[in-house]
Design a binder for this molecule. Sequence first.
Ligand SMILES: NC(=O)c1ccc[n+]([C@@H]2O[C@H](COP(=O)([O-])OP(=O)(O)OC[C@H]3O[C@@H](n4cnc5c(N)ncnc54)[C@H](OP(=O)(O)O)[C@@H]3O)[C@@H](O)[C@H]2O)c1
Length: 311
Amino acid sequence: MARAVVATAYGDPGVLALVDVRNGSPGPGQVLLEVRAAGVNPSDWKSYSGAWGTDPGKLPLRLGHEASGVVLAVGPDVEGVEPGDEVIAYPVTGAYADRVLVRATSLLPKPAGLSWEKAAGLMVAGVTAAHTLEATRVGAGDTVLVHGASGGVGAMVVQLAHAKGARVIGTAGPVNHEYVSDLHAVPVAYGPGLADRVRAAAPGGVSAAIDTAGTDEALDTSATLVTDRHRIATIAGFRRGAQLGVHLLGGGEGADPGKDVRMKARAALVRHWENGHLDVRVGATYHLADVARAHRAGIDGKVQGKIILKP
Ligand SMILES: NC(=O)c1ccc[n+]([C@@H]2O[C@H](COP(=O)([O-])OP(=O)(O)OC[C@H]3O[C@@H](n4cnc5c(N)ncnc54)[C@H](OP(=O)(O)O)[C@@H]3O)[C@@H](O)[C@H]2O)c1
């Protein structure tokens, strides 16, 4: 028997419960993973909030798309993975658990020096960031505006863009400006007057913009400062983004899920960590049983860095 977090209904984090679940043995192509840490992402609380529908047939909803852990058992035809292997798992369905069945193709070896917590928080934000940079063709010589540079995805975008040789201007709340500077971006406060502050920080102009905040302000400022709409992408502001004709990336109507780009990016993210080009800021760690508290902290924007759950 395993323990897993489920949403028992649609609503606020009060609907979350830690319950017994039966995994069974891994089938063909599957691996049973002992979860050491699971990454928390905004899509986790959006999934049961009602914002994406309230189909009672989907309840109880398992949560969590990324984890790190140790392989406990492998299915009949699985090669290249063995019990005892320390791995990063993405994508996962139901990573908020102490044990979970995952596809063997979801696994990557975890470098020994990468903590369980950082490993669990690397993939969702990292592959999304890689997708935004590929869609907007960011490279050396670019000046990129990143909205939400202190966030899980934004911090990855900043680090990967910097590694490509781009100059980065990153918006964040004042409390996070030092962090954004540490990531080698020029911090700028979001809010009224944003376009002028970005112009002052980038006198030579902005060649591409990536929005992880999803606000009209972020998208309108991007459209004002970047001439080519194909060099603007959003992962969160799909309504305004569609009106402006910029790249819409991820899940959602009219958006590019970028499955292949994202799957390919996984190994590169691990290499970037190994080369010292990127790191994961862990803001808070909670026990699985405290998942409702963890989600409330995330929804309130109170945690600076990734939220991690541990069994
Ligand atoms: N489409 C996809 O494939 C995909 C994938 C992953 C995530 N997402 C979505 O992308 C969004 C960001 O995810 P995340 O994991 O990075 O979230 P996160 O870690 O909570 O980061 C949110 C960021 O937004 C910033 N922010 C808050 N209010 C803002 C404002 N008014 N203007 C500009 N920035 C503001 C925060 O800055 P401060 O804290 O410094 O104030 C923080 O940097 C979420 O909506 C998530 O659901 C989409």
